[in-house]
Design a protein around this ligand. Structure first.
Ligand code: UDP
Ligand code: MG
Length: 158
């Protein structure tokens, strides 16, 4: 158990389809702490960096084009095991196969336009947060009053 930060992107289809509030509400209601949030039109060059591990894959060019075609919402979320928790909430990459109850499983029908990105490891989270939130002043250091009710502090946070 460790407190982690993870990068989440609400992809262009989530913004265009008016699902920002719905998806954000799921993360808030889960108990994840919002550390940063911004709506931005982001250039292709940034997504080339972000998706660099996929650069040899056949879908890379299309993916970069889709991600930079319209604004995205970038979030930094924090919580105990936040990386795995967020990945579980997202569901499988192919929205048609993603389990009901997950974001992709409940809200999407596409493999490529799958609504949400979440870092897949601690190393990815560090790398991706540096790309989207390199300016540390955008990260809010605050203590939600709900924390002692979301967690058993003695068992899970000390
Ligand atoms: N993607 C795609 N076709 C594929 C695999 C992936 O269009 O065959 C897109 C999809 O938007 C996915 C992103 O590329 O979310 C990154 O792929 P990854 O395997 O990292 O999936 P994720 O971690 O987002 O579930
Ligand atoms: Mg991935």
């Amino acid at each position: 158990m460790a407190v982690q930060r993870t990068l989440v992107l609400l992809k262009p289809d989530a913004v265009q389809r008016g699902l920002v509030g719905t998806i954000l509400a799921r993360f808030e209601q889960k108990g994840l702490k919002l550390v940063a949030l911004k709506l931005r039109q982001i250039p292709a060059s940034t997504f080339e960096k972000h998706y660099e591990p996929h650069k040899e894959r056949p879908f890379f060019a299309g993916l970069v084009k889709y991600m930079s075609s319209s604004p995205v919402v970038a979030l930094c979320l924090e919580g105990v095991d936040a990386i795995e928790v967020v990945r579980g909430m997202m569901g499988a990459t192919n929205s048609r196969k993603a389990a009901p109850g997950t974001i992709r499983g409940d809200l999407g029908m596409s493999f490529s336009n799958n609504l949400v990105h979440g870092s897949d490891s601690a190393e990815s989270a560090t790398r991706e947060l540096a790309i989207f939130f390199g300016d540390k002043s955008e990260l809010c250091e605050w203590s939600p009053v709900t924390t002692p009710w979301v967690y058993n502090v003695a068992e899970e946070l000390s």
